[in-house]
Design a protein around this ligand. Structure first.
Ligand SMILES: [Zn+2]
Length: 348
């Protein structure tokens, strides 16, 4: 092959493949052209094999010419491939019915359990009335759960039918606390008056689960001990508390009752919020709903805790969180709080 023929062949290959690459319809056709021109047996590869027979002078012209053509074709193929890929992607996206204006799927968000909501509302109000947070153990000895609170040995509350015993006998009997009042005995043991605490928490009773009873539920205890604390202070503070919780028009009344740890003792009723006292199924026609137990701390309890009952007096109250939550949220079955049915929980 002469140098002239080599140049003509180069020009021929350039014309032919440039035209074919330009008009290629898809990525696969471009790949076929690459193999046909630059592959191991491609047109340009075959042509370049003639270089070895050329004189050194001719090689100086033919070599760069061949390489330049190789680069030109390689670049044309790469550019065409990229252009076709973009075009194919766009066509694919146009085929799919893609609506970018659709709203995103909602991400479910967690929220507080209704019992936590109710407890927080109660403790928020109590802390505004000056009560500070106190806690005690769930597994408690009989001394702090019963003895110090003036609950005698033979009292039915100590019966295994009412109380879960975690350990009986030696060295001491341990129970799952039956009320949050164990926090009273523990707190007064360590602190002298004036003191004003609230003790929210879980308590346990040997009850079967039904619409109004649960073996585990929640209480909030309130305790205020200082000089000259009386039933009048109790009534004033509970009235303020219930107004804060259920509205400014809320009324309360005290009914005489008996608890070993208070003297005098009272059951506290709230005027029914559903019928404003007229009588309805919720209040069973009476116009009042029993809400909590309260009273003036028994002198024996103060004495047992190392506080002088001649010098100090106090009041205490304990209420069920579930009972109040059921009323606030109009739930009529206590089991609803523990079943964790999201259809219910999401409503609060
Ligand atoms: Zn009513």
């Amino acid at each position: 092959m002469t140098l002239q023929e080599f140049k003509e062949n180069c020009a021929q290959i350039q014309r032919e493949y440039t035209e074919k690459i330009t008009s290629a319809a898809d990525v696969a056709s471009v790949e076929e052209l690459r193999v046909a021109a630059l592959g191991r047996k491609g047109a340009l590869t075959e042509l370049l094999k003639n270089l070895k027979d050329f004189s050194i002078e001719d090689k100086k012209t033919a070599g760069p010419l061949g390489n330049a053509l190789k680069n030109t074709l390689t670049q044309a193929i790469e550019e065409k491939t990229a252009a076709l890929q973009t075009k194919e992607l766009n066509e694919q996206l146009n085929r799919v019915d893609l609506d970018l204006t659709l709203p995103a799927r909602p991400v479910p968000c967690g929220k507080r359990h209704p019992l936590s909501v109710a407890q927080k509302r109660m403790t928020d109000i109590l802390s505004k009335l000056g009560f500070t947070w106190a806690e005690g153990p769930w597994v408690e000895d009989e001394k702090h759960n019963f003895d110090m609170l003036n609950i005698p040995k033979h009292h039915p509350a100590r019966d295994a039918q009412d109380t879960f015993f975690a350990q009986t006998g030696s060295p001491v009997s341990m129970v799952l606390r039956t009320h949050t009042s164990n926090v009273q005995s523990r707190y007064m043991e360590k602190h002298q008056p004036p003191l004003r605490i609230m003790a929210p928490g879980r308590v346990f009773r040997n009850d079967s689960l039904d619409a109004t009873h649960s073996p585990v539920f929640h209480q909030i205890e309130g305790l205020y001990v200082d000089k000259n604390v009386s039933m009048a202070d109790l009534k004033r503070d509970l009235s303020a508390f219930m107004k804060g919780l259920l509205g400014d028009k809320t009324e309360i009344r005290f009914r005489p009752s008996f608890f070993p740890f208070t003297e005098p003792s009272a059951e506290v009723d709230v005027k029914c919020v559903f019928c404003a006292g007229k009588g309805c199924p919720v209040c069973k026609g009476s116009g009042w709903i029993e809400m909590l137990g309260a009273g003036v701390v028994h002198p024996n309890v103060l004495k047992n805790c190392g506080i002088d009952p001649e010098k100090y007096s106090g009041y205490a109250f304990g209420m069920g969180v579930e009972r109040l939550a059921m009323m606030m949220m109009n739930i009529n079955d206590i089991r609803a709080f523990y079943e964790n049915d999201l259809r219910l929980l999401n409503q609060f």
